[in-house]
Design a protein around this ligand. Structure first.
Ligand code: SF4
Length: 461
């Protein structure tokens, strides 16, 4: 008799979300068709290694024979007679229980009073129900393998952590003890129900919010009852050109030259890479500026923090001050965002603060004028930057474009592309492609601002 593939945490996640999803995935696996991992394990990156400086790392297995090797490696580490130093753990410990569940545990270490403790690592500030399910399953497997599990929990990012630099990430993660809630997860009973479901007939579809949670169900397209909800549009039709009331032209023509159309991009990284910064702290990494001189000529300037390791904020502030000079209007959309970033730069750099603070009085918020004086069918009742871009620059694709082969997700954002570029040890070719994608993105955004200013000035003509 051919045995079904071993159960994994992904099977449990699917089963907890929808029996039909679980059944379809399991039958696909039985036919030898691969399934995409729902939550790929975290890289044992520099931050995790710093928390467990004496860790053994088990490479992620891909094939059955690699799983056998990985389990052997895990058991060798656990059987070692050597004294285990403080901070010892196995990163990516691989275990299989006799009830046919296979798991790769993010962190498996020695508990202070004897026995083992295990952790799931989340590059996030909070965990969710599926994290508890996963830890409960890992605990079940470790116990069935004969290990005394004395501790189980999550390692979450501590937002109070301040990165001192030099790769010192000790203290980045905070532990959340899950033992008090693991009793609410009857894992052995679940596994029995999963086996029963797998052997039974294909369950009926039960459409609901679970079909679209997270990345969404991989069977939604073939599950007729579960077509994704259509986004409602409050108005239809392409309409003509964007129109402003004539009063907008009076306001726009009064803006002094040089006029600087400014966009700033920021990122909040779970694992800070610049010393003195915290996890998820909003940090500026790119500005893009199109400047119109009094004679109507436009020039483009751009800054992207692409040095790895060194804090780019000072260079960001200095180059921005040079680009914006001391005269003219600074035109931004939803300008509170740009105002706040400039205010933060002034707080970080005392010597630059007077010049940065002086920018505040020159900033004009185009969003306020747009919201009061224009609307267009393609904006569908929204005044977001993307909505206004659809109205003034419909031919521009406002998504960030990067070759998926470079390792980025299907719909990258400026932030995800920047994070990819800044990944330690990133290949030069990838960094170069990211830089080009980000620059092109910033340039398209300033084109939208230029068009918007032009439409405002021409209102009523
Ligand atoms: S689309 Fe919804 S009902 Fe259908 S299998 Fe997926 S989660 Fe279940």
């Amino acid at each position: 008799m051919l045995l079904a593939p071993l159960f994994s945490p992904d099977d449990l996640r699917r089963w907890r979300s929808c029996e039909r999803r679980f059944w379809l995935a399991r039958h696909r696996l039985q036919r030898g068709e691969p399934m995409t991992a729902l939550q790929p394990p975290p890289d044992p990156d520099v931050a995790l290694r710093a928390s467990f400086p004496h860790a053994d790392t088990v490479a992620p297995p891909q094939t059955p024979s690699q799983w056998v090797q990985a389990m052997g490696h895990t058991l060798d580490c656990l059987d070692s007679d050597e004294h285990l130093p403080e901070g010892w753990a196995i990163l990516g410990a691989c275990l299989t229980s006799e009830d046919r569940v296979q798991v790769r545990i993010d962190v498996l270490g020695a508990a202070p009073g004897g026995g083992l403790r295990l952790y799931k690592v989340r590059h996030a500030t909070v965990g969710d129900d599926s994290d508890i399910d996963t830890v409960a399953l890992w605990t079940h497997v470790a116990a069935r393998c004969g290990f005394a599990v004395q501790g189980a929990g999550l390692l979450l990012v501590d937002t109070d952590f301040v990165y001192p630099g030099h790769g010192c990430y000790a203290g980045l993660f905070r532990e959340v003890d899950l033992r008090p809630v693991l009793g609410t997860r009857p894992v052995a009973q679940w596994l029995g129900s999963m086996r029963h479901c797998e052997r039974g007939a294909e369950p009926a579809a039960t459409p609901g919010p679970h079909c679209h949670q997270g990345e969404g169900c991989e069977f939604a397209a073939s599950c007729n009852a579960c077509a994704p909800p259509r986004r409602a549009r409050r108005a239809g039709g392409a309409g003509g050109p964007l129109q402003f009331v004539p009063a907008a032209a009076t306001v726009a023509r009064a803006w002094p030259h040089p006029r600087h159309c400014l966009r700033i991009d920021t990122i909040g990284m779970a694992v800070p890479v610049w010393s003195g910064t915290r996890p998820y702290q909003t940090l500026p990494f790119q500005w893009s500026c199109a400047t119109e001189a009094a004679d109507g000529q436009w020039t483009e300037q751009h800054f992207l923090a692409d040095g790895q390791g060194s804090d780019p904020r000072r260079a960001f502030a200095e180059t921005l001050l040079r680009a914006l000079g001391t005269e003219g209007a600074v035109l931004a959309y939803n300008a509170g965002f740009e105002r706040n970033r400039i205010r933060e730069l002034a707080q970080w750099f005392d010597d630059l603060a007077p010049a940065l603070d002086a920018l505040q009085a020159r900033i004009v918020d185009l969003f306020q004028i747009a919201r009061e004086h224009c609307h267009h069918p393609v904006m569908a009742g929204s005044w977001s930057f993307r909505a206004i871009a659809r109205a003034v620059a419909p031919e521009l694709d406002m998504d960030v474009r990067l070759d998926p082969a470079l390792g980025e997700r299907a719909n990258p954002t400026a932030q995800s592309v920047y994070a990819l570029m800044q990944k330690p040890g990133q290949r030069l070719a990838v960094r170069h492609a990211c830089r080009e994608a980000l620059q092109a993105h910033g340039q398209r955004e300033t084109v939208v601002l230029r068009r918007l200013v032009g439409v405002m000035e021409g209102a009523g003509e």
